[in-house]
Design a protein around this ligand. Structure first.
Ligand SMILES: [Zn+2]
Length: 259
């Protein structure tokens, strides 16, 4: 079975980038924990985290954990920071001397994440390569994702929205599953779309449709639940309606363009 080592960047005494009331170390842990849950509930795979709590780890520690567990993929989660508040966007890195296979993995994950994030007004800064220690000293395919700019005028607003963090985790899980060709978890399908939504729930069909990674009109929670009886705020409803309307309009434009 494929094993994925997820590395939430920074932690403990090292907060990473800090701006707009956000700390990189908190966001990376939040996204990484959600990512683990989505991977484990959706696909057949094993997941190891370099840290599950707010603690300091050196870059060598992170590489050692990944190498010791013999992961097939090392995936490091970071957020960007910059003095220029007009810098916004998503970017991903592989090592400068990486394999063709890792570049293919990067392509699948990078595209999946931006496909979900583009509706939020951020930018695609592209697929990049760098000589980062965690990419260089890990013995397996290694990718580092920079989940927007904490310092950015647009991105910081996105990063403050828990729904956006959910979407980052879902889209990354979907991308990793596609890259590694993971098999879907059969028990999740048979028993209903979510552990708390059995297949005989009166709204199981609708919940399954709106939470489908292809649609993602309404995501589940980071712990893998949907919480079907929880009430929706007016703000959340507005987001859902906007997503539906924008989806419809972009589909309509696509139809027009092909005519
Ligand atoms: Zn970082």
């Amino acid at each position: 079975m494929m094993r994925i080592c997820i590395d939430p960047g920074h932690g403990g005494a090292d907060p990473g980038a800090v701006a707009n009331g956000l700390r990189e170390k908190d966001l990376t842990l939040d996204i990484a924990l959600k990512l683990r849950d989505y991977l484990l509930t959706g696909w057949q795979c094993e997941v190891k985290l370099t840290r599950e709590i707010d603690k300091y780890l050196s870059l060598s520690d992170r590489c050692r954990i990944a190498n010791d567990c013999e992961a097939d993929l090392f995936y490091s989660v970071h957020c960007n920071g910059h003095a220029n508040t007009e810098k916004n966007g998503w970017e991903s890195f592989v090592h400068s001397a990486t394999s063709e296979q890792t570049k293919q993995y990067q392509k699948a994950i990078h595209g999946s994440v931006f496909n979900y994030l583009k509706g939020w007004g951020t930018l695609d800064r592209g697929m990049k390569s760098a000589n980062f220690q965690v990419l260089r000293e890990t013995e397996m395919s290694a990718i580092l994702g920079e989940y927007l700019f904490i310092s950015g005028d647009i991105d910081s607003q996105i990063l403050k929205n828990p729904e956006a963090l959910n979407i980052m985790a879902v889209s990354t899980a979907t991308g990793i599953a596609k890259a590694l060709d993971l098999e879907q978890e059969p028990k999740g399908k048979a028993s209903g779309p979510f552990p708390d939504v059995p297949s005989d729930h009166w709204a199981a069909g609708a919940i399954s449709y709106v939470s489908d990674p292809e649609q993602l009109i309404m995501a589940g929670f980071g712990d893998g639940t949907f919480r079907p009886d929880e009430s929706v705020t007016r703000a959340q409803l507005a987001v859902v309606v906007e997503r539906v309307m924008r989806g419809t309009i972009s589909e309509a434009i696509k139809v027009l363009k092909t005519k």
